[in-house]
Ligand binder design. Structure first.
Ligand code: SF4
Length: 473
């Protein structure tokens, strides 16, 4: 299972800002399903509503029409790992310093939080949550007395390390910041005379806003009085966009990092066909994540694309469990093959990635039972061998099948006639700027070492949850 941590949306100067934020969050719901929150500012008063669950479950007409008043809004959706799925950890994170109300929404993961938190606690800071975002807020507060808000944010950014895209609502300002490496996406759009910000541009489409550009790496964008100004928070660092946004996480109708996700996924599939073509009756994706790469593979190979694995789109987070003798029910309820299309056929399955391989194995077994002659798998990214420290909930190294097995062993475990992962070169051939991406989960070359002086990972509940790694202190 691959999970993204968060999604962000902000809008400035719109009479129905909360409603626009609701729609924006609705469009990027795939980035987090555990909690949702919106904060608004009406020139005098700050208002917030947060809750556990999906956007449509957390907000109703009363919240949007009567309670969340104001023409500036910041929205956030969150996915958290075990132990941190609490309403007090829902965002935006809202605090007050004197006359200033500060609401912060964060997408990403910081990697030097333990040391910073200890330092802040030693200086008297008291924390309400286990979120790394709160550390950032304390760092802003410490710098606010002698500096402007913008300077305080820049000073706070210079202390934190890791992946962050922030949107900050501070009274009548809306501020967006992206870390120097640019791990997580954040874009700027325009709705009439108003500026909008969102993790993915599909949020702009829903409210009929126009996509302008991504927030640059290490850029701070300040929207105030209807004007947008751009500032640098630090010198340029090597760019390390998360390539998994293009492979899997972002919606295919979105632009992230200035690239159209739909087109990139098709190019990855095309590269796969060129790298490891094999004769077969047809190509099929495991829906929905493999759809676009399978289309690219089919177009280059000339083999027909068949949608013979059907996904149930209405599987909720909970359903009544079947009796124990109904094996593999969880997988079967989600994915079911079209039986008559399988018998005697040679099939190429295109998948976006393999994490543990257990779900895929169950479905491949079913295809064998239905009489498939050959089953080949083509994966539209390299093998995932290393955990992610920058905000993607990959399993620990021990649970990543490719970290502990050869390709042949994985093919045998899943029950495949052949298995090919797209090479790094093939993957990079699909993007516009080849050295602008993080590939750490494939090659272990981390753009920011997630380690302290002792060479071990800094861990903290709900911040960097990576089972199996030692604490540094
Ligand atoms: S390690 Fe992998 S998932 Fe994490 S930021 Fe880098 S490319 Fe993305």
């Amino acid at each position: 299972m691959k999970r993204e941590y968060c999604g962000l949306f902000g809008i400035y100067g719109h009479p129905e800002a909360a409603r626009m934020a609701y729609f924006g969050l609705y469009a990027i719901q795939h980035r987090g399903q555990e909690s949702a929150g919106i904060v608004t500012w009406d020139g005098q008063k700050i208002r917030e509503h947060k809750g556990m669950g999906l956007v449509a479950e957390v907000f109703n007409e009363r919240h949007l029409a009567r309670e969340l008043k104001g023409d500036i809004a910041l929205g956030h959706i969150r996915y958290s790992t075990t132990g941190a799925s609490l309403i007090r950890n829902a965002q935006p994170f809202l605090v007050r310093f004197g006359d200033m109300h500060l609401a912060v929404g964060h997408n990403g993961n910081l990697v030097n939080t333990l040391k910073l938190r200890k330092e802040l606690e030693a200086q008297g800071s008291i924390f309400q949550t286990t979120m790394d975002t709160e550390i950032f807020v304390h760092l802003i507060a410490k710098n606010l007395g002698k500096n402007s808000l913008e300077e305080a944010i820049i000073k706070a950014c210079r202390r934190i390390k890791g992946a962050y895209s922030f949107i900050i609502l501070a009274n009548d300002k809306l501020i967006a910041v992206k870390d120097p490496n640019g791990f997580r996406p954040l874009s700027i759009g325009r709705l009439g005379d108003n500026y909008v910000l969102a993790s993915e541009s599909c949020a702009f489409d829903l409210i009929e806003a126009e996509y302008m550009r991504p927030v640059d790496c290490g850029e701070m964008v300040v929207i105030e009085g209807g004007r947008l100004t751009s500032h640098r928070i630090c010198d340029k660092a090597p760019t390390s966009h998360c390539i998994f946004e293009l492979i899997y996480f972002a919606r295919p109708d979105s632009y992230v990092f200035g690239e159209l996700v739909y087109e990139k996924r098709k190019l990855m599939g095309a590269a796969l066909a060129r790298e490891a073509g094999v004769d077969a009756d047809y190509v099929m994706p495991f829906p929905d994540s493999g759809n676009y790469a399978a289309l690219g593979y089919s177009q280059v190979s000339g083999l027909p694309l068949e949608l013979t694995m059907v996904r149930n789109h209405y599987v909720g987070r909970t359903f009544i469990q079947p009796s124990q003798d109904m094996r593999d029910f969880g997988v079967r309820v989600k994915l079911n093959p079209v039986k008559s299309m399988v018998k005697g056929k040679s099939i190429i399955i295109v998948e976006d990635s393999i994490v543990r391989g257990t779900t895929i194995r169950t479905r491949v077994k079913k295809l064998r039972e239905l009489g498939a002659r050959h089953i080949h798998m083509r994966v539209s990214c390299p093998a995932i061998r290393f955990p992610c420290y920058y905000g993607i909930d990959f399993s620990s190294k021990g649970e990543l099948i490719a970290a502990n097995n050869t390709n042949e062993e994985i093919a045998r475990f899943i029950g495949l006639d052949s298995l090919h992962y797209l090479s790094e070169e093939g993957l990079l051939s699909s993007v516009a700027v080849k050295d602008a991406y993080c590939l750490a989960c494939f090659n272990g070359e981390y753009p920011i070492r997630p380690a302290c002086g002792a060479g071990k990972m800094c861990l903290e509940d709900g911040v960097a949850v990576l089972p199996g790694l030692e604490k540094c202190c």
